[in-house]
Design a binder for this molecule. Sequence first.
Ligand SMILES: [Zn+2]
Length: 335
Amino acid sequence: MARTAPRAEPTITRDLYPRRVNCPHCGKAMRADYANRRTVATLDGLTRLNLTIRRCHNDACAALRRPYRPEAEGRVALPHHQFGLDVVALVGRLRYAEHRSVPEIRAHLAGRGLSIAERTVTNLLDRYDELLAVALTDDRRLRKLLAEQGRVVLAIDGLQPDVGHEVLWVIRDCISGEVLLAKSLLSARRADLAGLLGAVRDALPVPVAGVVSDGQHPIRWAVRHALPGVPYQLCQFHYLREAARPIFEADRHAKKLLKKRVRKVRPIERAVEGRADPAAEVVRGYCGAVRSALTDDGRPPLAASGLKLHDRLAAISDSIGRAEAKGGCRPSWGS
Ligand SMILES: [Zn+2]
């Protein structure tokens, strides 16, 4: 890839850990031995990846001290690439589905905040072509590498740079970091995905030791059907997000109801406009507290926005209650 390293500072930081803790070769626990850093230009922004690398320390193991990298790394970018897989997927789509020229693609990427030379666009197009041309059955280098490795840990990811457009499906081996199959599909029915996994399974010269993916139902179904009995691990983040979805929905609903009850802050502020007396100051202070509570979001799935708003409004209401007990009067929205 051309040396067009982005010089800007990363705006996104992601800490990635290997999901697998046991050596894929001997099954003994691997140690988190060291960390690597990588910077990748993605559609979301320049991303710093902090990668924890595990290694097996079993002297009798063929993979002794061989690094095992976080499975999710390959979803962000291919090994040694400075641009994200999402950028590669977008470049391919703009070229082949929308028939844009290289200068047009460059301009489109610039519009999305990615400054990139035309020559680099051409390189990314080459990477896209290579990706889709991978044929496990004919690739002697890849087959030799996998045979020596003895087994694979598969990851399946769907990259969709823009909603409503085709998805680039990529099946990788997490041990070598190699792409085993990539295909662009307009719609991903679960049978299509099972077909892709089946094609990889049939062409592999070695067994599949495990599968890693996110929690989308079609992927889960496809893995179950194409690779029955193979240990399957969900990506931790996606798993948590799926599990938290009902709570997230309930919390969002509760937040909506709470917001309704404190909607009329503006008329109260207006009522004391131009006044500088202590009572007006107090009212303005409470109004400010309510406003800031409304804009202070939690970060799902671990922090619930609705619960946070409830806590903050309850604290404000308690405070008003204490003021009221001292002889003040309660505004109509503070009940
Ligand atoms: Zn081992």
